[in-house]
Design a protein around this ligand. Sequence first.
Ligand SMILES: [Zn+2]
Ligand SMILES: [Zn+2]
Length: 313
Amino acid sequence: MSALIQYNVLHYRSLGHHLPRQPRALSRSISCSVITKPRNAKQLNIDQPAVEVALEKSQTKPAVLAASPPARPKRRVILDDPSLQSTWSHRGWVASGSAVVIISLAECISEAATSHIWLQPLLASFLGYLIADLASGVYHWGIDNYGNASTPMFGPQIDAFQGHHKFPWTITERQFANNLHSLASAVTFVVLPLDLVFRQHPFLLGFIGTCSGCIMFSQQFHAWAHGTKSKLPPLVVALQDAGVLVSRSQHAAHHRQPYNNNYCIVSGAWNQILDQLQVFQTLEMILFFKLGVRPRSWSDPDVEWTEVEIHTH
Ligand SMILES: [Zn+2]
Ligand SMILES: [Zn+2]
């Protein structure tokens, strides 16, 4: 089985990370209008440029040749969009998520102070930070590649992350609680019972508190990775440059072709390892051969993945 997977990984890579859907010899031009309506398109003044796409003889991927009408300076629209703003419900979930994380860490410190054992809880916290980065990568890979808005339970997150690839810059306009509330609600439900069960276990509380806290704030780290260096707080830039938080350059690579790497968004420490070992590509092949499900990263880099440029009149 492993040999089969290896063969298919090689085969798949040799084709430029997607399986062919038409003969190589086929040469044709396609003109299409890109349908690019964000959820609140009616609030925007959006000009939809037609994009001419051509498949060359030597290519199996479409190449964007020119935009019609001719390219104009790209202007990023500051959205006065309610879907980017925080509600009191969002703030409530972030408050509850933060509370359970703080309870974990406070209990951990209290127990460590009582027992005078600090090394194990500190190591457990560091482990939690590392595992959070790995978990963010696996989760991000899953919702970028599989399912859609109607998928039970994960539909809204899948829709948000897949939409993020069309409008990546909107994350910098999204308000704090709006950006974090989904993960904060999950952290609340998962960590609260763990806090009660593992009281008096500083090692486990250190791991749980740090891991869940990093997962909850991963969307803020992600937003900072989309920020402009001059506009970010100097401490955030320093932490990004030190590799404590996922760097802007590393995450920028996630938004470039072939759209199948750098999924981790806490520290990004796992990105190089996972990408060099082709862990996600191997998982994709296993899921394809076992279940027949194709990940979105095998698709041509069409409007599903590429950033949509919004022009204003
Ligand atoms: Zn993504
Ligand atoms: Zn992003």
